[in-house]
Design a protein around this ligand. Structure first.
Ligand SMILES: Nc1nc2c(ncn2[C@@H]2O[C@H](COP(=O)(O)OP(=O)(O)O)[C@@H](O)[C@H]2O)c(=O)[nH]1
Ligand SMILES: [Mg+2]
Length: 221
């Protein structure tokens, strides 16, 4: 199969980067953790969600985007890990949703199944969901469990974009190899958005670019 033509780390215009900076300079606050669909906050604004395997660096990325070190900790406290955690971005501008990490080997099967049902219903029913960001560890590439969530996004016809995390960890040659694996893996998904952003919450690399991508998306461009 020929790999889909992905754009990797596109150069943003200064205007787009500035829009991203301004958006994430505004307040971002944890609003609620949701365990059932009837607990969802109103669908009165655009929404984006973040998904990824446990430990992929999701909380760190949300903290880096918002420049708030402790923000996503709200979603990390025990008991909160199976919830969809809603953050209000820029006083009503958008919902950011931190989905529970998947692929955690120790999780009981029953819990995993209940979680999968909740996510599937959320993804297929949430009409204001503008895009899902699927985080992939820059050292490991796309794993079978990542394909499962991407299959769910395909089925729900939710546009999703891949973000590589922890890009400070692999050596350049290793990162290039993983990038090829990721492109090939993503190519089999109908709902994939053809742009990949490489990030490091540690060094801050790619964070302004991802902010710009989100600002552009919310502006409907
Ligand atoms: N080197 C490096 N480590 C990271 C990065 N992002 C997260 N980590 C580490 O990876 C581990 C898991 O991060 P966390 O954000 O809690 O992952 P989550 O389970 O997906 O929310 C923590 O020890 C983080 O410090 C990164 O960009 N670079
Ligand atoms: Mg987390």
């Amino acid at each position: 199969m020929t790999a889909f033509p992905f754009t990797v780390d596109p150069e943003r215009t200064p205007e787009d980067e500035e829009a991203g900076r301004l958006l994430f300079a505004r307040p971002c606050t944890f609003v609620k953790g949701v365990v059932a669909l009837d607990g969802l906050p109103p669908d009165d604004r655009p929404e984006i969600c973040f998904a990824g395997r446990s430990n992929v660096g999701k909380s760190s990325l949300i903290n880096a985007l918002t420049g708030q070190k402790g923000l996503a900790r709200a979603s990390n406290t025990p008991g909160r890990t199976q919830e969809l955690n809603f953050f209000d971005l820029a006083e009503g501008r958008a919902w950011l949703v931190d989905l529970p990490g998947y692929g955690y080997a120790q999780a009981p099967k029953k819990k995993v199944e209940a979680w999968q049902r909740l996510i599937a219903r959320y993804l297929s029913g949430r009409t204001t969901l503008a895009r899902a960001f699927v985080l992939i560890d820059a050292r490991h590439g796309v794993k079978p469990v990542d394909h499962e969530i991407m299959d769910g996004l395909d089925k729900a016809a939710v546009s999703f974009q891949c973000v590589l995390t922890k890009a400070d960890k692999p050596k350049a040659g290793e990162l290039a190899k993983v990038m090829e694996q990721v492109k090939a893996a993503l190519s089999r998904h109908a709902a994939v958005f053809p742009e990949i952003v490489t990030t490091s919450s540690e060094s801050g690399a790619g964070i302004p670019s991802l902010r710009a991508a989100i600002a552009t998306l919310l502006a409907g461009r």
